[in-house]
Design a protein around this ligand. Sequence first.
Ligand SMILES: [Zn+2]
Length: 347
Amino acid sequence: MKININLLPKIIILFICFSACNQNYEESTGYIMTVNGKISPEQMGISLPHEHITTDFIGAEKVKQPQYQQDSAVEIILPHLNKLLENGVNTLFECTPNYIGRDVKLLQRLSELSQINIITNTGYYSAVDKKFLPAHAYTETKEEISAHWEKEWMEGINGTGIKPGFIKLGVGKGKLDSIEVKLLEAAILLSKKSGLTIAMHTGDGEAAKDEQRILEANGLESGQMIWVHAQNGTDEERELLAKKGVWVSLDGISEKRIEEYLQMVSYLKEKNLLHQLLISHDDGWSVENNDGEISLKLFGNGNSKPYSTIFEIFVERLTFAGFTRDEITQIMVENPKKAYVIDPIGN
Ligand SMILES: [Zn+2]
């Protein structure tokens, strides 16, 4: 039998799906909170732990969202989510925070139509010179800020009943400043009560080390934190934090940077740290408004189409580099479950 080489990535993904269905792994306790309610971690299948669907970079104090008709956004976005399902993906973590265009009703509708599990978040993003931080984040205490996020967790986001499945924060480079520390401590308060994982968009390894130190000082396990954009650190920094139990998320895989990511993943494999690794594209759209003409523009992050480079290129490259089916399953199925599972009893 001749195997069409173009089918190879699909065959590899099919094997991963097969492995995911034939659990050789310990059953997870706890649950995952999607925009359509709780699911068991076993229902996640192949997961993308850091992507975006819509974003709006106008700024926290200006944003009047959404700036599009939901129907037209659904029409443009849905085919890409359907394609994800074809690629074997069942679950997508939507990492767009409040004040950058988070639109949970749109996510819910897209999830219902595509049958992809979508998970949204609570929290504030203070990277990029705090352009996306609301004014009250400066004046309120960590307890008051945490209470806003807890309300979303307990009652749903803005009266929708849709609950966040993780906390998303964003910080810049270097040691955290006082506002960033306050936001992280607010997130730690909520994580301890709820079991929600904290996904930290982080400018560099120095900032990531500081975050882990703050977690430890506040008595929260390092495994409750994902170092988002860990590709901005060094191999040694990723090794150090992965050994402490932090989730290392290499989430900017693109057509142009395949070799770089292969090297970063291989380094973690050499150090026996694949069990702390997450991979994703960090793909998504921003809303463009040209004289009243609304369109969605793909992020310019090196991918010509969203959410596909891992399945069409990277998995095949991992296989050729000697990664086993079990290792790839661990990275794409098992690790996202463990990173995002909500298990209040375990905290
Ligand atoms: Zn992102």
